[in-house]
Design a protein around this ligand. Structure first.
Ligand code: ZN
Length: 283
């Protein structure tokens, strides 16, 4: 006899399993988010998605589990597993659909930013260790999920584009680029703690902010950084300014979000429409 019952439900892309009014929004595609409600969660419950840790968050008094769907995810069924006292009690399947991302071709004048020399490579590998550490940072605090746009401006490059620098293919674009003049203040997207800040070869001046439960936001190519690791920040606090440091073609903010190590499209965390540019200038 089975000691416990495994329930399996299949949610389709067009079938929203929860009634979240704002954000984060579910998007069952590579680079998107899978979200399920947790009606009977207690301290002995844990939730995984595709065998990775999920982000738990509160919204309107209800608890949810959120998982980032990596850009490399193939279409198919993936499972949330809800465990109680180490035993599987519920398995919920979600159907991840295909998403075709477009190509983007960029010309970078500083060729070393595309083909780094030996010295650069040594620097890059040291920075990779710091980045990995920041990316995998985890705290138990439930995150504040009321994200705001860090700067006001037009989206100059969307998430997921297949990128070619000087005709050579590199990693896909893993964030959202918001165009704004150099020196524009950057606001932190939600409450959190600064976990990394410094000058990186490709990303230029960059800041990582931990929001809790594996949810981390990242700000790159800044002209200046106003915070340091350990600083506690509140949504809207200014953490630096827009710049063009690192591998760039002009001034913009590269804004990225990690959900337990998985880079996801930040638009699913942001309010649908950002305020009109002229309105913010009146402030
Ligand atoms: Zn970018």
């Amino acid at each position: 006899m089975q000691q416990y019952l495994i329930k399996t439900a299949l949610f389709l892309l067009f079938f929203a399993p929860l009634s979240l009014s704002a954000t984060p929004r579910q998007a069952l595609v590579p680079g998107g988010l899978a979200i399920i409600p947790l009606p009977s969660f207690n301290s002995e419950t844990s939730v995984t998605f595709n065998d990775n840790r999920t982000t738990l968050f509160n919204n309107g008094g209800s608890l949810y589990a959120l998982a980032g769907i990596s850009l490399r995810t193939k279409p198919g069924t993936y499972y949330f597993k809800i465990n109680q006292n180490g035993r599987l009690i519920e398995k919920i399947g979600v159907q991840v659909a295909k998403k075709q991302y477009e190509e983007q071709h960029l010309t970078i004048k500083n060729k070393r930013k595309v083909n780094p020399n030996k010295e650069d490579m040594a620097r890059i590998s040291k920075e990779r260790v710091r980045k990995r550490k920041a990316k995998n940072h985890w705290t138990a605090t439930y995150p504040d999920v009321e994200f705001i746009w860090p700067v006001t401006g037009e989206t100059s490059s969307v998430f997921g584009l297949r990128r070619f620098f000087n005709k050579q293919e590199r990693n896909p674009h893993n964030g959202l680029d918001i165009a704004a003049p150099e020196g524009t203040d950057i606001k932190v997207t939600a409450n959190g703690t600064v976990i990394e800040a410094g000058d990186f070869f490709f990303s230029g001046n960059m800041v990582y902010v931990d929001h809790g439960q594996g949810l981390i936001s990242l700000y790159a190519h800044m002209s200046r950084i106003d915070v340091k690791p350990g600083d506690v920040v509140k949504r809207g606090d200014i953490i630096g300014a827009v710049g063009q440091t690192g591998r760039v073609t002009g001034a913009h903010l590269h804004f990225a979000i990690l959900a337990n190590g998985v880079l996801v499209d930040p638009v699913y965390f942001l309010p649908e429409q950002q305020p009109a540019r002229k309105l913010t200038k009146i402030e």
